[in-house]
Design a binder for this molecule. Structure first.
Ligand SMILES: Nc1ncnc2c1ncn2[C@@H]1O[C@H](COP(=O)(O)OP(=O)(O)OP(=O)(O)O)[C@@H](O)[C@H]1O
Length: 226
């Protein structure tokens, strides 16, 4: 599904190249649940953003579902992103002025999904995540865990093949964090959604089937979870 070959990313500052990623080569198959771990500043978020097409590598090749992302024009890349990728952020990134319902609906409006299809998908997600009663509330009227559920529902609304999550439980207390990780596990095992998460938590990483340890922009270890 994902093939990264010799991916490099650097920022040039006064003629000096500051490398964030160096020659990262790895394959991620459909159906995997991968955790990216490593010290602060190691390049984890940068790698996730490159996979999510939010950032471009300076060098190297990225193939996603057989398409060479690095050679696509912006319009094609955005289309590929909208059709396949759901992003979940640590700080939720919900739109404060929109209700829970409207937040989940937003990506479907971008994709021009028809109104009855939108209504049915949103009803399913609200039901599945037990947040039907919250649908007319605004994000600041929800707990952190509930806001993250809305963030995940929004990511799932467009029926992505992959969820990319950057520290999805970083702002949550442990019970809420466990609920979110159990949900990811279910989405992966029952719905076959590929998941890649960045996490600092060894416990969270154990929910997946593989851990990529990154340090100084290099994949140091690629471990299968028993
Ligand atoms: N726009 C930028 N210009 C210059 N350097 C940048 C830029 N964006 C990121 N970096 C640098 O890239 C490095 C890796 O950042 P990244 O956010 O990928 O690390 P991380 O492993 O996700 O860290 P953390 O766990 O703290 O979130 C950092 O040293 C950061 O300062």
């Amino acid at each position: 599904m994902i093939q990264l070959t010799n991916i490099e990313k650097y920022y040039a500052n006064k003629g000096v190249k500051n490398y964030v990623l160096r020659l990262v080569t790895t394959t991620i198959k459909q159906g995997e649940f991968v955790s990216i771990m490593g010290p602060s500043g190691a390049g984890k978020s940068t790698l996730l953003n490159i996979i999510g097409m939010l950032e471009e590598p300076t060098y190297g090749t990225y193939d996603f579902l057989g398409e060479n992302v690095t050679s696509l024009n912006e319009r094609k890349r955005i289309e590929l992103y909208r059709n396949h990728i759901g992003f979940v952020f640590q700080a939720y990134h919900l739109i404060d002025e929109m209700t829970v319902y409207e937040n989940i609906e937003a990506p479907l409006l971008y994709k021009k999904v028809g109104s009855s299809e939108r209504a049915s998908r949103i009803a399913d997600l609200l039901d599945r995540f037990n947040i039907v009663a919250k649908k007319d509330l605004f994000p600041n009227q929800l707990s952190g865990g509930q806001q993250q559920l809305v963030g995940i529902a929004r990511a799932l609304a467009a029926q992505p093949s992959i969820i990319l999550a950057d520290e999805p439980t970083g702002n949550l207390q442990s019970a809420q964090a466990e609920e979110i990780m159990e949900l990811f596990k279910k989405l992966n095992q029952e719905d076959g959604i590929t998941i890649i998460q960045v996490t600092h938590s060894e416990k969270n990483a154990q929910y997946g089937n593989r851990i990529l340890h990154i340090a100084d922009g290099v994949v140091k270890e690629d471990v299968t979870v028993a």
